[in-house]
Design a protein around this ligand. Structure first.
Ligand SMILES: [Zn+2]
Length: 445
C-alpha cells in the first residue's frame, strides 16, 4: 500500500466532501462559514472539536486530481476517512497528490493519510503503478541507466508472475541493430527488456516504450537548455511499464508483451554518426540525418519485434518530439493511429480518466519528406515542419498496414506542482491507455 493510504485508521477524522449546497447543516458549519468557507471545488475548512480537530470540509473537486490537494492541504500527522465524495477518485487523487520523490532527501513534511475506502483496490493499483513510473522518470541518469531500467521491468514482472528476459550483447546487435546503433556510444550497454504475461489463448496486446535513459542528442549534441531534462527521455518506457503493471494488477483478460528499449544516447568514439546508414530488424535501411532523432530508431526495432508476435493491438509511447509539445503543450500527448476504432477508444478513455489525448493525423502527403538518396528512409525530414507527424510516419513504416497501432508522443513531466500532479516525472497518457484498452477488451478487442 502507498504510504499516504491506510488499511486501518481507528482515529481517522471525518472528511466531508461537500458541494456549496450540502454543508451548512453539518456540525461545525458555523465556524467554517465564519472562516470564509463556501464549499467551492477544492476548498478546505478544518472543523474545531473540544480536544482539537473534529474533522474537515472539502469542496467536491471536478476531477480525481482535485483530491490531490488534500495530503498537503490537511495538517501533517492527521488521518482521515472519507464521508461522501467519489471513493475511487479520492483514493487515486490522494495517492497521486501525496507523491514526492524522496530518494535523495525527505519531503518537507509527511502527507496527511487517507483510510482507503473499501472497493478502491483498482485506484490503489493504478496509483502505485503511476508512482513507480514517476520514480523512474525522476531518478537521475547516473542512478538509472539501461541496466537499471531493465531491472525495474524485471521487478514488475516478478511481482506479477510474468516471464522476463533481457536481450543484450551479441543477440541485441543481431536482432535489434537500430537499438544497438543508438546505444553503442555509451559505456552502459543498450538492451531490450521483454515482459510476457497472461493466458496463452488470450488476445495479445503489445506495448513498446522508448527508454532513452539520457539523451545528449548524440554527436548532434543538444544545447544545454534542451539537454537539461533529458533524464526523462525514458518517460515512454515508464508509462508503458506502468500501463503493463496496471493491466496485470487488474487481471485484464489479455496476453501482454511489453518491450522496453533501454539505451543511453551518448557521445564517444563509438557513437553512431550523422549520415551513417544503419539496418533495422525489419530490413529497411536508414540514413541518419540527425543523431538526436534516436527514439524512433529504438521504437522501429521494438515495433518490428512486437508485430512479429501478431498482436491484436500494438501501442507505443515515447517522449519523441518537441514538435508535439509545441502543438499541444505538456499535458496533452499527441495520439497517432492507423485505426479509427483504436483511436476512438483511447481518446474516450482519456476523457473518462481525466487524462486526455489529442489525435494528430498520419498525413500521407508528408511521407516523402523522409526519403534518402542512399537508404530506404532518413530518420529526419527534409523540411523543418510537422515534426510530430513526421516521426509518426517514420514509425508507421515498421508496423504492418493491417495491424491496429497507436503511438503516443508525450512529455512525461509536470513543470510545476498542481493538485494531484507534483512537479517532476509524470505518467502522462497511462490512464488514457489503460481505460482505452480495457474498453476494447470489454468489446472483444
Ligand atoms: Zn533525441
Amino acid at each position: 500500500m502507498l504510504p499516504s493510504l491506510l488499511n486501518e485508521a481507528p482515529h481517522a477524522l471525518p472528511l466531508h466532501v461537500v458541494t456549496p449546497e450540502s454543508w451548512e447543516a453539518l456540525p461545525g458549519a458555523g465556524f467554517a462559514r465564519a472562516s470564509g468557507f463556501t464549499g467551492k471545488p477544492g476548498e478546505i475548512a478544518l472543523l474545531p472539536g473540544e480536544a482539537g480537530l473534529a474533522g474537515a470540509l472539502f469542496g467536491a473537486p471536478r476531477s480525481a486530481e482535485g483530491y490531490g490537494a488534500l495530503p498537503y492541504g490537511l495538517p501533517e500527522g492527521t488521518d482521515w476517512r472519507l464521508v461522501g465524495g467519489d471513493a475511487a477518485a479520492a483514493t487515486l487523487g490522494w495517492a497521486l497528490g501525496a507523491y514526492r520523490y524522496t530518494r535523495f532527501k525527505p519531503g518537507k513534511r509527511a502527507p496527511a493519510r487517507l483510510l482507503a475506502p473499501a472497493g478502491t483496490e483498482e485506484s490503489q493499483a493504478i496509483a502505485a503503478a503511476i508512482c513507480r513510473a514517476r520514480d523512474l522518470i525522476n531518478t537521475p541518469a547516473n542512478h538509472l541507466g539501461p541496466a537499471e531500467l531493465a531491472e525495474a521491468v524485471g521487478e514488475v514482472a516478478s511481482r506479477h508472475g510474468a516471464a522476463f528476459r533481457v536481450i543484450a550483447g551479441e543477440e541485441l546487435a543481431r536482432g535489434f541493430p537500430a537499438v544497438q546503433a543508438v546505444g553503442q556510444g555509451s559505456p552502459r550497454a543498450p538492451r531490450v527488456a521483454v515482459l510476457e504475461w497472461g493466458a496463452p489463448d488470450a488476445p495479445l496486446v503489445a506495448l513498446c516504450g522508448k527508454g532513452v535513459c539520457f539523451d545528449t542528442g548524440g554527436l548532434d549534441l543538444k544545447p544545454s537548455s534542451a539537454m537539461l531534462r533529458m533524464k526523462k527521455d525514458m518517460g515512454g518506457a515508464a508509462v508503458m511499464l506502468a500501463l503493463a503493471e496496471a493491466l496485470m494488477a487488474l487481471h485484464t483478460p489479455i496476453r501482454l508483451l511489453l518491450l522496453i528499449g533501454a539505451v543511453e544516447n551518448s557521445v564517444s568514439g563509438d557513437s553512431f554518426r550523422p549520415m551513417d546508414v544503419i539496418r533495422t530488424r525489419q530490413g529497411l535501411t536508414i540514413e541518419i540525418g540527425n543523431t538526436d532523432a534516436e527514439g524512433r530508431l529504438v521504437l522501429a526495432d521494438l515495433l518490428t519485434f512486437g508485430a512479429e508476435h501478431q498482436p491484436r493491438v500494438i501501442l507505443n509511447a515515447a517522449t519523441l518530439t518537441g514538435a508535439a509539445r509545441v502543438a499541444l503543450g505538456p499535458d496533452l500527448p499527441a495520439l497517432f493511429s492507423n485505426d479509427d476504432a483504436l483511436a476512438e477508444a483511447l481518446l474516450a478513455g482519456g476523457i473518462a480518466a481525466g487524462d486526455p489525448l489529442w489525435r494528430l493525423p498520419l498525413h500521407e502527403g508528408y511521407a516523402t519528406w523522409l526519403e534518402s538518396p542512399i537508404a530506404d528512409l532518413n530518420n529526419v525530414a527534409t523540411k523543418p515542419m510537422a515534426g510530430a507527424i513526421i516521426a509518426a510516419l517514420f514509425l508507421r513504416r515498421f508496423v504492418p498496414g493491417d495491424m491496429r497501432w497507436g503511438h503516443m508522443d508525450l512529455y512525461a513531466w509536470n513543470d510545476t506542482t498542481r493538485p494531484g500532479r507534483p512537479e517532476g516525472g509524470e505518467a502522462t497518457g497511462m490512464r488514457a491507455a489503460l481505460a482505452g484498452i480495457r474498453a476494447m477488451v470489454d468489446q472483444g478487442l
